[in-house]
Design a protein around this ligand. Structure first.
Ligand code: ADP
Ligand code: ADP
Ligand code: ZN
Length: 217
């Protein structure tokens, strides 16, 4: 099953993708996580992408398309994938269609997590991740059960906050979403694969809505 999780920064894509992986025997492909790994490793892609990401702008299409083409070719994607953060532009959406067609694959669902723009700033300002496994937390909405210990991997080595979750950068990221990514919605709507879930509910409520769609497969 190949699915795109769609929606602005902070709507819950990463949180939900991680919850759905095991249940649906699929894998989360987060282009943001891939880019942050490139930055952390100091690779050439990472060095070039860092300034763009820190400014809240989009990394060039050519880089992103090559990254995803290489990733969906790997054996762990053969049962399907949940795309989180890709495609973000029309050129990326077209390139994805070509990649899938070449491999005889199709998109089963494109699911938009809808959200009031007013709550996004608070979601992003309170976000933090386990430094070891990347599990997503929030100061108010999703605290670890034991302070300082990751619920998922048990690590107590610490948590990280993203530099681009600062208020100024968030503004630029939301603008990039409105201008370059939201215009993809009609592209998928026209193909009748677009579904919507209400991202304003609790994390569990959103998961239930997504499961109901994916169970229909
Ligand atoms: P995205 O991947 O779309 O940018 P995340 O999954 O990282 O979004 O979620 C952003 C922040 O909001 C995280 O700190 C997460 O814990 C929190 N969050 C996600 N979904 C909800 C929800 N339904 N209600 C409250 N907080 C949420
Ligand atoms: P969020 O989950 O909060 O929406 P991401 O982790 O997906 O943020 O992305 C972080 C940053 O990585 C983006 O602001 C952008 O600079 C870059 N990025 C991630 N995916 C893409 C993509 N598909 N195209 C261009 N840039 C991307
Ligand atoms: Zn962890």
């Amino acid at each position: 099953m190949n699915v795109i999780l769609f929606g602005p920064p902070g709507c819950g894509k990463g949180t939900q993708a991680r919850r759905l992986e095991d249940r649906f025997n699929t894998i989360q492909l987060s282009t943001g996580d891939m880019l942050r790994a490139e930055v952390a490793s100091g690779s050439e892609i990472g060095r070039k992408a860092k300034a763009v990401m820190d400014a809240g702008h989009l990394v060039p299409d050519g880089v992103m398309i090559a990254m995803i083409a290489n990733r969906i070719d790997q054996p762990d994607c053969k049962n399907g994938f949940l795309l989180d953060g890709f495609p973000r532009t029309t050129a990326q959406a077209r390139a994805l269609d070509e990649m899938l067609a070449e491999q005889g694959l199709r998109l089963d669902h494109v699911i938009e997590i809808t959200i009031d723009a007013a709550v996004l700033a608070e979601r992003l300002a309170g976000r933090f991740n386990c430094a070891r496994c990347g599990a997503v937390y929030h100061d108010k909405f999703q605290r670890p059960k034991v302070d300082g210990v990751c619920d998922v991997c048990g690590s107590s080595t610490g948590f990280t906050r993203r530099v681009d979750d600062k208020a100024d950068t968030v503004k630029a990221r939301l603008k990039a979403y409105d201008e370059q990514t939201a215009p993809l919605l009609p592209y998928y709507q026209a193909r009748e694969v677009l579904r919507r879930v209400d991202g304003m509910g609790s994390i569990d409520e959103v998961t239930r809505q997504l499961e109901a769609i994916l169970e229909q497969a």
